[in-house]
Design a protein around this ligand. Sequence first.
Ligand SMILES: NC(=O)c1ccc[n+]([C@@H]2O[C@H](COP(=O)([O-])OP(=O)(O)OC[C@H]3O[C@@H](n4cnc5c(N)ncnc54)[C@H](OP(=O)(O)O)[C@@H]3O)[C@@H](O)[C@H]2O)c1
Length: 331
Amino acid sequence: MNIAIVGATGNVGRKIIEVLEKKNFPTKNLYLVASSKSVGKKIKFKGKEIVVENLETFDFSKGEITFFSAGGKISEKYVPIAAKYSTVIDNSRHFRMDPDVPLIVPQVNSNDLKNIKKNIIANPNCSTAQLVIVLKPLHDIFKIKRVVISTYQSTSGAGKAAMDELEEQTKLSLENKKIISKNYTKQIAFNAIPHIDIFVDEGYTKEEIKMIDETKKIIDNKIELTATCVRIPVMVSHSESLNIEFEKPYTVEKIREVLNNAEGCKVIDERKDGGYITPVEAEGKNETFISRIRKDNSNQNAVNLWCVSDNLLRGAALNAVEIAEAYIKIK
Ligand SMILES: NC(=O)c1ccc[n+]([C@@H]2O[C@H](COP(=O)([O-])OP(=O)(O)OC[C@H]3O[C@@H](n4cnc5c(N)ncnc54)[C@H](OP(=O)(O)O)[C@@H]3O)[C@@H](O)[C@H]2O)c1
């Protein structure tokens, strides 16, 4: 197929290129598109160098599938144009809650790909993608009533400039020099910031609301959720602490068995020093890892667990390419 990537020079765009190559995705021509400042840059794909083109002048009829990962504003303006000629897989938040746009994690709801009306498919928020991979198999068996989520999100979730800021601030901090924050509202090095995306209603942030709304759209509108999203000084992989309350009684052993057999999940839960997964270990891996599975002693139908996934893979590039694979199968 002919593939185009808008935002090809960014964190997610570069990962999409890597995933297409690793999976040997059937790619006839690959077109790489970014802002005018990147025009002429060369990026390698399958041993060949591809020259980056300018979004403003790009001919969207070149791609049969076009991935967008250049932010919400770019998607708002250019996705409807691209979708006239090409099937768009959009990583931004812009179309996710549009009832005519399926929001897909292939292991969870690839059937929703049958309802494409605008030639647009949305990729969920990074913290949602790993969450639904864990919740869906549990919901199928124990029926989830409510989930309390706390996230520990890496800087790569905020783009390349945000990762650079963590590196710079770490150096400055160690040298006892003045720290200036550009991508964050407070210092990110050696800190934790309980604020991701803009503030919306009742003191919640947009990231928290996205996790709630997107999970309902992907799995089941009846599940109740609440979230607190926190940025931490980690480069790659998001971690989530989940408290999941079921309608039905459960056992920890059964949860372990269900998650071990669920597509995209891997349980690492040894209940001893180091017998759990951390963000550094999840980087570069396709699975969503689950650790620290234990009873909530204050609620007999609830369980606590820890889940970690590479946000640039499951939360973005891998999920986007898997959507393309599922779409080709269904088409
Ligand atoms: N990072 C994650 O974990 C994650 C997960 C899910 C979804 N997403 C979404 O994916 C998108 C990209 O995120 P990212 O982390 O890859 O960001 P990033 O590293 O900052 O990259 C942004 C990309 O967009 C391009 N771009 C920016 N302004 C542009 C313009 N005016 N015209 C054309 N291209 C432009 C940039 O091109 P230049 O290099 O030329 O500026 C670059 O290729 C965002 O919508 C984000 O919400 C990210």
